[in-house]
Design a protein around this ligand. Structure first.
Ligand code: ADP
Length: 852
């Protein structure tokens, strides 16, 4: 810090507020129309924001106009900073230190301002506690009021939801992350938790904030209830500890209790289809392997028109359900909108005018208020009678039940229509948002202001006449208020009663007693009219918030409508079918397609002759007969696409969507596991093989007979025989001796595995057929019964563009290998020999050929 001198009173005030804030928090201090940062905050802030650093007295300072602060704050948050906002609590009076205090602290997970969050994504603040009784988890979206808890003895069961939540910020007990890091090899859970926290804002709190009893009290207080029975939650629920920590943290940051939390829900892993973290990545559910939404399942399933609709889709994918009744409700709604596509389109059009009322309510309830937010409520509720009317044309219980949750808010609509101007400002201070005729007092005050303005323009005319100065002007600026301006050349004509106020290069500025008097009147009237407008605004906000619960419920119903209508559009466009759901053990799919690849192929298909479309394939699995399908075929034939499409179709069915198939029946699946690809894991310093084995271990340890497993090329990360042996043993394990086992698709290029069909009754061989033509192969992408006879590796290598010389040489080597050893079998590895990690082979003439 710069050398210490006697501080100004303002600086003393700054220091007093700054001293209680942690070092990772930057303080934005309101000074007139600016937010200023001082000292180290100014240096750091100006570096992150690329704004000018100035020197005031002896200390560095950097600032931003207050009305643009939101976007600057957004950048600071994105850089991992927290930002404390200190506002002026009264109108400044010259010569007196204005009262200031912290009004909120913004962090990645507690910010609720529109331009600091992504509209289509839930914005979760999560907290968790790992202890002997398991993993205990709580999460809140302060922008919408979504509040949930979960607790599970087996921490693995909560990792799927914790990962899928993709929290913007995580609150944990102090020092936990460093402890997990230090003991990472003691438990795979530590590794997972470190992984989940890395790259996110993590805030640590002392452990006493995580006490269950205190947490329960705090939750009840916040929700305004005496017990949690109404939510089906016991006050001893272990996740109430982290829930309390979250509420404490949120309250500190908002500088007030969160006001938009009305209910708390319990997430139960036993009611949910669990998709473990690596499978979420492998199947590219929320983002593609390139880290973008483009190419993900979520994007392929998103045809919504509102942000709330997109967020609901994300929520469904975060917790796909086992609840057939709920899934059928969603399916039926989609079905109804497919039938009634005309009505669906009319609703979709109206949804175009619907604003994000759930988030608007969140901001209004948590004191982030401006006239435009009220406009958002008005514009939305005026669409509701129209939407309801269209919905009543559509038959069916499921749609009716959505319709019933939409209120019409007739009175509120009338009130807002009468009260608010059509165009509304984004700042409360701007004024001018109340419609003339709505409030007599305000009209009166405004008429005074307008009379005064007329007086001013009359004054300009009369003074011109009186003085003979033709270009005399009555002007206003913030520093000096109202004045009369006379150019230098006319100064000799200035009347006597003019009092000089300011000398400029080309002119002089004057005031008169009358003008000063009028100025007072004008300021007074303007201040009063602004105050009245703000008062009216407050009343309108109260009127809206009196309906908060119904508005919130309506908002969820609108999000459902949007999502289901979007799904109906997709189903029509891509010819999806409604999957039959039951508790059987089957997965039966006719003409199934990969939802993402199919759409991408269409997008890339520019209508040129010879362009391809996706080839549909069937699938039939169950846990008693066709339990384990081994899929062989050359590289590039379509094996991974096929096994992924089965998993994705299952997942789509268990969020309630229709699916890309002509017919589909799914016996509800409790977990989807995958072992495919490992790109992002490599960045964590794990070898491909270790990752493969970790994931495989996780599958073998956690799978149940109701699970679905897809395995792609297990064992590829190690030597051929090690790999093959592991793959073999895994297959045997999954087949088990019992009468049933998890439904499994196993794609492999180990031909040897196909021999297992002879010994394992529930294992069936399938392959992706290819056509051979003049030593070339053509992929036909059809899955057919039976094992592949060859791997066609060299032909595929040719397709990939390997130089002809290399291809020819490879053919010779292959020929030698095949003639020497015949089909390499697992029991007769010789004469391929391994020595010190080298593989060599005996050539025709008896010499040793080193392969690698
Ligand atoms: P493998 O796992 O056998 O190596 P992939 O599943 O990676 O093969 O598929 C290779 C390519 O073939 C991918 O580019 C994919 O888009 C395309 N493909 C796969 N299945 C189909 C299909 N059924 N219809 C059309 N193209 C497909």
């Amino acid at each position: 810090m710069a050398k210490t001198k006697k501080l100004t009173p303002m600086m003393e005030q700054y220091m007093e507020i700054r001293k209680d804030l942690p070092s990772d928090t930057l303080l934005l201090f309101r000074l007139g129309d600016f937010y200023e940062m001082f000292h180290e905050d100014a240096i750091e802030g100006s570096r992150i924001l690329g704004i000018t650093l100035t020197q005031r007295h002896d200390y560095p300072m950097a600032g931003m106009p207050f009305h643009a602060a939101d976007s600057y704050v957004g950048k600071l948050l994105a850089a991992g900073k927290k930002v404390a906002i200190c506002d002026q609590l009264e109108t400044p009076v010259p010569g007196k230190l204005v009262k200031r205090s912290l009004t909120r602290i913004l962090s990645a997970g507690t910010t609720i301002a529109d331009n600091q969050i992504t509209a289509e994504k839930n914005h979760f603040l999560a907290s968790f506690l790992l202890n002997k009784s398991g993993l205990h988890l709580a999460w809140i979206d302060l922008t919408t009021g979504n509040f949930q808890i979960a607790s599970d003895k087996n921490p693995e069961n909560l990792l799927p939801v914790l990962t899928a939540l993709d929290p913007s910020e995580i609150v944990v007990v102090e020092d936990s992350v460093s402890t997990w890091k230090a003991n990472i090899h003691e438990s795979p859970i530590y590794d997972q938790l470190v992984h989940i926290t890395s790259g996110r804002t993590v805030s640590e709190l002392p452990s006493f904030h995580f006490e269950v009893a205190d947490g329960a009290k705090m939750v009840m207080e916040t929700l305004g209830v005496l017990n949690l029975e109404g939510f089906g939650i016991k006050t001893t629920h272990l996740a109430l500890g982290p829930a309390g920590a979250l509420l404490h943290y949120a309250t500190e940051n908002l500088c007030a209790k969160p006001e938009n939390l009305g209910i708390i829900r319990e997430y139960r892993s036993v009611d949910t289809l669990l998709v473990d973290p690596s499978t979420l990545r492998n199947l590219e559910i929320f983002e593609s392997s390139r880290g973008s939404r483009e190419g993900s399942l979520m994007q392929a399933m998103d045809a919504t028109s509102t942000a709330a609709g997109a967020r609901l889709l994300e929520e469904y994918l975060i917790s796909p359900t086992l609840d057939i009744i709920e899934l059928q409700r969603r399916q039926k709604s989609v079905g109804a909108f497919i039938e009634e596509s005309g009505a669906a389109n009319r609703i979709k059009e109206r949804l175009g005018s619907v604003r994000d009322i759930s988030r608007i309510l969140g901001r209004l309830q948590n004191r982030l208020r401006n006239p435009r937010e009220l406009g958002g409520i008005r514009d939305t509720i005026k669409e509701l009678p129209g939407i309801r009317a269209i919905l009543t044309e559509i038959a069916g219980e499921s749609v009716l039940s959505i319709c019933e949750r939409i209120n019409e808010f007739e009175e509120l609509t009338n009130l807002l229509n009468r009260a608010l101007q059509d165009e509304l400002p984004g700042q409360l201070q701007d004024g001018g948002y109340i419609r003339p005729g709505f409030d007599e007092d305000l009209d009166h005050l405004l008429s005074l202001t307008s009379d005064n303005r007329t007086w001013l323009s009359d004054l300009e005319n009369s003074e011109r006449e009186r003085s003979g100065i033709k270009n005399l002007k009555v002007k206003f600026n913030n520093a000096f208020g109202y004045f009369i301006e006379v150019t230098k050349s006319n100064l000799n004509l200035v009347p006597e009663n003019y009092m000089r106020k300011q000398t400029m290069v080309n002119c002089e500025r004057f005031v008169t007693e009358d003008l000063k008097q009028k100025e007072k009147e004008i300021f007074h009237a303007e201040e009063k009219s602004k105050a009245r407008e703000i008062e009216l605004f407050g009343e309108l906000v109260d009127a809206v918030l009196a309906h908060a619960r119904e508005l919130q419920r309506t908002s969820i119903a609108l999000a459902e409508l949007d999502l289901f209508i979007g799904w109906a559009t997709l189903a029509r466009e891509w010819d999806y079918c409604c999957p039959e759901l039951d508790h059987s053990d089957q997965i039966t799919i006719s003409e199934g397609r990969h939802p993402v690849v199919e759409q991408m192929m269409k997008k890339e298909d520019l209508g040129l002759a010879g362009s391809f479309s996706f080839v549909p394939n069937d699938a039939a699995l169950n846990s008693t007969e066709n339990q384990l399908l081994i899929i062989t075929g050359p590289n590039m034939a379509g094996k991974s696409t096929y096994i992924r499409q089965v998993a994705l179709i299952t997942l789509m069915a268990q969020v309630g969507s229709w699916v890309p198939a002509s017919k589909c029946a799914i016996g509800i699946v409790d977990r989807i596991f995958s072992r495919v690809g490992a790109n992002d894991e490599l960045a964590r310093g794990n070898s491909t093989f270790m990752v493969e084995m970790n994931e495989t271990a996780n599958i073998l340890n956690n799978t149940t007979d109701r699970s679905l497993i897809i395995l792609d090329e297990i064992g590829r990360g190690t030597s051929t025989y090690d790999g093959l042996s592991i793959a073999w043993a895994v297959v045997e394990h999954l087949h088990r001796d019992a009468e049933r086992g998890p439904r499994t698709l196993f794609a492999t290029h180990y031909q040897e595995l196909t021999q297992l069909e002879k010994f394992l009754t529930r294992l069936k061989n399938f392959s992706v057929s290819v056509k051979e033509w003049n030593d070339e192969i053509v992929f036909v992408r059809r899955i057919v019964p039976g094992a592949a006879d060859r791997s066609y590796g060299i032909q595929v290598a040719r397709l990939a563009g390997l130089p002809a010389g290399v291809i020819d040489r490879a053919k010779v080597i292959l020929h030698n290998l095949e003639s020497e050893e015949g089909n390499v079998s697992i029991s007769t590895p010789a004469p391929v020999t391994r020595r010190r990690n080298k593989i060599s082979v005996t050539a025709d003439d008896g010499s040793q050929l080193n392969l690698f």
